[in-house]
Design a protein around this ligand. Structure first.
Ligand SMILES: [Zn+2]
Length: 283
């Protein structure tokens, strides 16, 4: 039987949405891997010639940030490599190929057995960002350019460095495109049925991004410094009948989710909750 969009929504218990602005404080680049219109290494541009900040780039960076913060929150991160991370997780292709039979057997036994297997054999970062056995609970929108006038593309010179001596190789020069400092994008993060651990991890990353982080290519040369600003948090709890009815009947998408108040206090509480309940070393 086909599922209606409303029925699909109602399988959700809770939705949380965080909006903000990524503001670049230095020049930055997300490369195309190809020649640009005016240089050897182009930047991603849309049909109108404006820079693009893909949701996949934002999500990749957010995953890095969460991996780096996981141990401070006593949460597990596999780093997509069980040998390097020391944490068993179905996202590691080699680990999963060795345990696929156990998963298939849990899958045949029943839904609860399948969920238990996923819970036990997926790290806390992959529970949020998704794995081959479970959909992501977090989605990142593409950035929406906030100030097109500031987003000028410029060309810089680079030299090819010798891998061993780190000195410039004679005669091997290239140039690359960057987008100007001050470029700002509106971004949106959606979390479906987040657990307290999901929210603690994601919230800790927001605190980090508010202070500043870096995104895109050539960050070792100082490119791509950004801050996340104007953070707002909204949500809906489908267990609450009043909130559910409001969600279904409000005509405008932006009014369906309720303001959750100050984002800092909201996530501080989630982080405290997780640090108070998770035993040392994860579980
Ligand atoms: Zn993992």
């Amino acid at each position: 039987m086909p599922t209606s969009p409303i029925a699909k929504q109602l399988r959700l218990k809770r939705k949380l949405q965080v909006r903000g602005r990524i503001v670049f404080e230095t020049a930055w680049r997300i490369g195309t891997g190809r020649e640009g219109q005016t240089s050897d290494l182009g930047v991603l541009l849309d049909a109108a010639g404006q820079p693009i900040l893909p949701g996949s780039s934002i999500k990749g960076k957010l995953r890095n940030t969460c991996e780096a913060l996981a141990s401070a929150l006593k949460l597990r991160a596999c780093l997509l490599n069980v040998e390097a991370g020391g944490v068993e997780c179905a996202s590691d292709v080699r680990w999963y190929s060795r345990h696929r039979d156990a998963y298939q057997s849990a899958l045949r036994t029943g839904v609860q057995q399948q969920l238990d297997w996923i819970e036990k054999n997926t790290c806390d970062v992959c529970k949020l960002f998704g794995s081959p056995v479970q959909a992501a609970r977090l989605r990142c929108s593409d950035g929406t350019l906030d100030n097109p006038a500031a987003a000028a593309v410029r060309v810089r010179d680079g030299v090819v460095l010798d891998r061993d001596s780190h000195t410039a190789v004679d005669g091997l020069k290239y140039d690359y495109e960057t987008v100007a400092a001050g470029t700002a994008f509106r971004v949106c993060f959606d979390l479906d049925n987040p657990t307290p651990k999901d929210e603690a991890l994601f919230g800790a990353a927001l605190f980090e991004w508010e202070i500043g982080s870096s995104l895109g290519g050539f960050t070792s040369r100082g490119l791509g410094r950004f801050r996340l600003k104007d953070i707002e948090i909204r949500g809906v709890n489908f267990d609450n009948l009043k909130e559910m009815v409001q969600y279904l009947t409000r005509p405008k998408a932006e009014e369906k989710l309720n303001d959750q108040g100050d984002w800092q206090s909201y996530f501080q509480k989630k982080i405290e909750e997780v640090l108070n309940t998770v035993p040392a070393g994860g579980q």
